[in-house]
Design a protein around this ligand. Sequence first.
Ligand code: AP5
Ligand code: MG
Length: 212
Amino acid sequence: MNILIMGAPGSGKGTQSVSLIKRLNIPAISTGAMVRDAISKGSPVGKRAEAFANSGALVPDDVMIDVVLERLGMSDCKDGYILDGFPRTLPQAQAMDKAGIRTDIAIFMDVPEEVVIKRLSGRRVCGKCGAIYHISSLPSKKGEICESCDTPLVVRDDDKPLTIKKRLEVYNQQTGPVIQYYRQKGLLLTVDADNDAESISDYIIGAIGHRK
Ligand code: AP5
Ligand code: MG
């Protein structure tokens, strides 16, 4: 099953992707993680993406579309995937359709803006394995150290207050129409994401089961 997971910064896309990998046994691909990895490696894509990503803007479509289409063509995606963070502009959505990539469901994580600001302000991530924590709703049992790989937790570069504000503006302007695009196609599953992570995951699994 080819699943898109969309929603505002901090709506819980990454958190739900991790839980869905285990429950559906398909890979999760986060375009944000791909961008951060490319920047840390200093690859050509990373060099083009860095200033955009660090300021809270979107990386240009021509860069993202090529990278994602190549990734979805890899063998681990042949039985389906969870795509977190793509498409987030109309040209990206149209490029997927043009390339003949079928989408089965687009999960929209619906959550009020004041909630996402609290979530992003308290997020901590593992600098090595990418595990996602929150200082109050999901703290690491090892304090400021990752539970899985014992690496110090960090604040993401784009989780500064001004960058969060910019990311939310960009989301509303550029990704809002993409949500509408999938709604019109009858593929959108709207999820009340202002809920505990486990209930959200149960709801998604139930809803996917009904659509199979
Ligand atoms: P990306 O990494 O995708 O960032 P984002 O969309 O802003 O989303 P986040 O990762 O910040 O939030 P999330 O929804 O995954 O929430 P999470 O699960 O972590 O993209 C980063 C950048 O890359 C972009 O700004 C852009 O520059 C570039 N980029 C990526 N894709 C692109 C594209 N297609 N085109 C162009 N540029 C692109 O949760 C957040 C916090 O909340 C955590 O602390 C978590 O523990 C907590 N939490 C999660 N769920 C719950 C819950 N149910 N209850 C309580 N707390 C919760
Ligand atoms: Mg994420």
